[in-house]
Ligand binder design. Structure first.
Ligand code: SAM
Length: 295
């Protein structure tokens, strides 16, 4: 382990905040990472080299960004807070391989930003890694967006709430199992790298966090005719968790009517009164292919 990551906390974030009179904004989930040891764990899990392009969501005051710039070829960082974007200009001035984009990571075309960083605007896709201490209020939607829409990311190393990390690695049947677990399982191999206590952030969150590593499988573990239908079936099944599969899918707009849902479930040998949380990814794939065959 390199010493530079594992030294004593330097309190840089606190210094920067008081020097610039910056006040954290709760609405944007600003919990800055103070402890170099955990920055180091994230960077180590990302296993970067100078050939790689990294997308960071929410660079904040640059605690991770600086280390990413040292380790990776190019870093693209998307930050919603204009005040932080201005501060980052100074903080990241020593690095010529970082581009900070002022925008909402939920809205901007992330892959386009990566293509621009690689100087390959016209390319169909450019491989990249995602490294982020995610704002808690968009964790699930942003991860689902990357899982649903993109094969180009190779690895994601994410700081998330511990409870979200547990959902990412959950198996069928448990309370943690849901749309996020299935999306992750379909696209990635997921593991929890480390649990992170609230004390290493400023301001302190109320719950533990965890660093998760998602490695893109490149080949999905189940074959589906349409990924779009797969994700809409998954979303519908968990949008109304307490409802039976028959009702949840009928109300979820994935098929024309209840009869069609009944027909598809019967053809897959899946009882209509089951609930989404009991179904494996293979069963969701079978339902998906049943719906695709109706179209
Ligand atoms: N990376 C920094 C760190 O580890 O100290 C900050 C992490 S903090 C948990 C989350 C960051 O995401 C904040 O800087 C916040 O302003 C930014 N953020 C929040 N919502 C965002 C969004 N929709 N798009 C881009 N950045 C966002």
């Amino acid at each position: 382990m390199a010493d530079k990551y594992y030294g004593k906390p330097q309190g840089k974030t606190k210094q920067l905040m008081s020097a610039s009179d910056f006040h954290t904004k709760k609405k944007w989930g600003q919990n800055f990472l103070l402890e170099p040891k955990f920055v180091g764990k994230i960077i180590d899990a990302a296993d970067l080299d100078k050939e790689q392009i990294v997308l960071e969501i929410g660079p904040g005051l640059g605690a991770l960004t600086k280390q990413l710039a040292e380790q990776a070829g190019q870093v693209v960082a998307v930050e919603i807070d204009g005040e932080l974007v201005a501060l980052l200009k100074d903080i990241l001035a020593p690095y010529d391989n970082v581009r900070v984009c002022h925008g909402d990571a939920m809205k901007v075309d992330l892959e386009q930003l990566v293509r621009e960083a690689a100087g390959k605007e016209g390319a169909a896709s450019v491989p990249f890694s995602v490294v982020a201490n995610l704002p808690y209020y968009i964790t699930t939607p942003i991860v689902m967006r990357l899982l649903e829409q993109s094969w180009s990311w190779q690895k994601m190393v994410l700081m998330v709430q511990k409870e979200v990390a547990e959902r990412m690695v959950a198996s069928p049947g448990g309370k943690d199992y849901g749309a996020l677990s299935l999306g992750v399982q379909y696209r990635a191999k997921a593991s929890i790298v480390t649990i992170v206590p609230p004390t290493v952030f400023y301001p302190r969150p109320q719950v533990d966090s965890a660093v998760v590593l998602l490695e893109n499988r490149l080949e999905p573990p189940v074959a589906v005719t349409s990924e779009k239908i797969l994700f809409s079936v998954i979303r519908a099944a968990f949008a109304q968790r307490r409802k039976t599969l028959l009702n949840a899918l009928s109300n979820g707009g994935v098929a024309g009517d209840k009869e069609q849902v009944q027909q598809v479930l019967a053809s897959c040998g899946i009882a209509p009164e089951r609930r989404g949380e009991t179904l494996s990814l293979a069963e969701f794939a079978a339902i998906t292919n049943g719906f695709a065959a109706l179209k």
